[in-house]
Design a protein around this ligand. Structure first.
Ligand SMILES: Cc1cc2nc3c(=O)[nH]c(=O)nc-3n(C[C@H](O)[C@H](O)[C@H](O)COP(=O)(O)O)c2cc1C
Length: 375
């Protein structure tokens, strides 16, 4: 019998599918609807101590490609395929005081579904680090099962907030440590994909005591420029600032980040996200070693909380387990990480003759590099 349940960071999930921190989890009513639809858990829209004010006009747009054509545009039109979401939305515009009673109510209504609170504070001073602790204590006292630290929001001007924390190994480590000093529940950390080598920030984060890493948040991106008006397709008074790309376009890039992480830390826990809209994409993350996966863009486009998406995810996993029952597969543990070892240095990929290529080190053969040891 297929069993979709799983244990991740010590928490039991009815299924390994979560709504990611984004508009689908920005309110109590959305989260209750999400549980009803069958999601195994939710990560709340990121909660801060103070209210924030978003830009005028749309905060999220969807980039679509013409079917059978070459046009990419956010303009609504017929016969197109979704490529990506683009957003420049800040964290929840409701502060912690607004969230706390709602988290309590959600947990009371659905005690067996997993509720993860995403939180964010500054990290530049001791006072700011203390704000991480105030948020941690507030949400865990409200009954959440785990906390996800947002080190990955790409729209922060402050150098000690959001993705700017995730780009700074020291801030990754000390902010995680500050939270772990008061946390009684597992602490997940959502790292930015916008660094040269995510393994470095992950190392610092695990040193700080993180129980799991979530990846990826959106990738830094600009809207494209309209060839008619010569303005960015999203702008306020003609101006735009970098936002974040999500959805199908980022799946291969997110998988590459996740592969780096799961290969570097095969015994650690990872929540995979970026570009998941059905079970096929979720499966890629599981095969790389993820223990849960999360969805944002696809859920936004499916009745705001993804009732059809979660149906497809659970059906897909059930079908995979049933199809492989003969191999003794009964749960995620039987296929998690199966393809983690399939990513190798380029020179180890098969060639017509194995002796033909040496990773660019053999000057005579390739003519553009010298073995470093010989220099
Ligand atoms: C409109 C929007 C708002 C988002 N807000 C947050 C947020 O508050 N905190 C956070 O950690 N991630 C946030 N994200 C990022 C998503 O949780 C997710 O990491 C990203 O969109 C990639 O997943 P996807 O391809 O399923 O969209 C947001 C994404 C979108 C599209």
């Amino acid at each position: 019998m297929a069993d979709l349940s799983t244990i991740f960071t010590g928490i039991r999930f009815e299924n390994p599918f979560l709504l990611a921190s984004a508009p689908p989890t920005e309110s109590e009513s959305n989260i209750l609807r999400a549980y009803e639809a069958g999601w195994g858990g939710v990560v709340t829209k990121t909660i801060g101590l103070h209210p924030v004010v978003n830009v005028r006009g749309p905060k999220t747009k969807f980039l679509r490609a013409d079917n059978g054509g070459s046009r990419l545009s956010m303009k609504k039109r017929l016969d197109t395929t979704l490529m990506a979401s683009w957003n420049w939305e800040l964290i929840s515009d409701k502060p912690a005081d607004w969230w706390v009673p709602r988290l309590e109510a959600i947990k009371k209504a659905w005690p067996n579904r997993v509720l993860v609170a995403s939180i964010m504070a500054g990290s530049g001073t001791d006072k700011e680090l203390h704000n991480w602790q105030i948020l941690t204590e507030a949400v865990q006292d409200a009954g959440v099962d785990a906390i996800e630290l947002n080190f990955s929001c790409p729209h922060m001007d402050r150098v000690d907030m959001g993705a700017n924390v995730g780009k700074d190994k020291v801030l990754c480590s000390i902010s995680t440590q500050a939270v772990k000093a008061v946390a009684r529940v597992p602490v997940w950390v959502k790292l930015t994909p916008a660094t040269a080598d995510i393994v470095e920030e992950a190392t610092a984060t695990f040193l700080g005591g993180a129980d799991a890493i979530s990846s990826s948040n959106t990738f830094p991106a600009l809207p494209i420029i309209d060839p008619e008006t010569l303005d960015f397709e999203v702008n306020v008074d003609g101006y735009v600032s970098p936002g974040g790309l999500g959805g199908p376009a980022i799946l291969p890039q997110s998988l590459a980040k996740m592969a780096q992480l799961t290969q570097a830390f095969p015994d650690r826990e990872f929540s995979g996200l970026g570009g998941i809209s059905g079970f096929d994409q979720a499966l890629s993350y599981f095969l790389l070693g993820c223990g849960t996966v999360q969805v944002a863009t696809a859920a936004m486009l499916d009745h705001a909380i993804g009732p059809n998406v979660i149906k497809a995810l659970t059906a897909g996993m059930t079908e995979l387990l049933d199809r492989n029952a003969g191999r003794g597969w009964t749960s995620l543990a039987d296929f998690r990480g199966l393809r983690r070892g399939s990513i190798v240095p380029h020179s180890q990929i098969g060639r017509p003759d194995a002796s033909d290529y040496h990773g660019g080190y053999d000057e005579e053969a390739e003519g553009y590099a010298v073995e470093p040891a010989a220099v």
